[in-house]
Design a protein around this ligand. Sequence first.
Ligand code: COA
Length: 171
Amino acid sequence: MQRSTSRLILRPPRADDLACVFAIHSDPETNQYNPAGPMTDISQAASMLDDWLSHWREKGFGQWAIATRDCPQQVIGFGGLSMRMYLDVERLNLGYRFAVSGWGQGYATELSLSALDYGFDELNAAAVFAVVRPAHMASIRVLEKIGMQRIESIDDVPGQPPSRVYKATRA
Ligand SMILES: CC(C)(COP(=O)(O)OP(=O)(O)OC[C@H]1O[C@@H](n2cnc3c(N)ncnc32)[C@H](O)[C@@H]1OP(=O)(O)O)[C@@H](O)C(=O)NCCC(=O)NCCS
C-alpha cells in the first residue's frame, strides 16, 4: 500500500487530498502539455479523486499521493500505476504530476523507478507503459532515464502530432 523511496513517501490518496488535487491540476504550468488544459472547477478534481479511490478499492493499487520524508504532511504531487485503455488494450500505465515547487529535483524519476519496481515485483506485470506528448522533453527525459523504450505512437489528440508510447519490460 504505502511505499517509500530514499526521499519520498508514496501513500494511497484520501478524500481529504481534494484541495491538493485541485491545486496541482488547476495550475496552468502543470498542464502545459495536457491537451485537456488545467482544471477550472473543484468538481473536476473530485471526480478524478473518486476515480482514483475506486481504482484502489477495485484493484488494490493506483495513484499515490507523494510527499517528501522531510515534510510528510505536504503533498507535492500525484503519480503511480493505473490501468488505462489505449491502442485497443488495457495497459498498466505510469503517470505523474508534481507541483511546480517539486520540479527539477529528480522526484519524478525516483517515483517512477519505485513504480516500475512495484509493477514488476508486487503486481507481477510483464510490462509497464506510458504515454507522453512529443514536445514534453522533461517527461520524455524521465521515461528514458528509467529505461523505458519508445515503442509506437498514438493519435490521441485530434489535429495535433501523435503522442509517444513508451514501454518497460521486466528485467
Ligand atoms: C514532467 C515532470 C513530472 C518532471 O518532474 P521532475 O521531478 O522535475 O523530473 P526529474 O527531475 O526526475 O527529471 C527531469 C529531467 O528532465 C530534464 N528536463 C527538464 N526540462 C527539460 C526540457 N525542457 N528539455 C529537456 N530536458 C528537460 C531535467 O534536466 C531532468 O533530466 P536530468 O536528470 O538528466 O538533468 C514535472 O515537470 C511535472 O510534474 N510536470 C507537470 C505534469 C506533467 O507534465 N506530467 C507528465 C505528463 S506525461
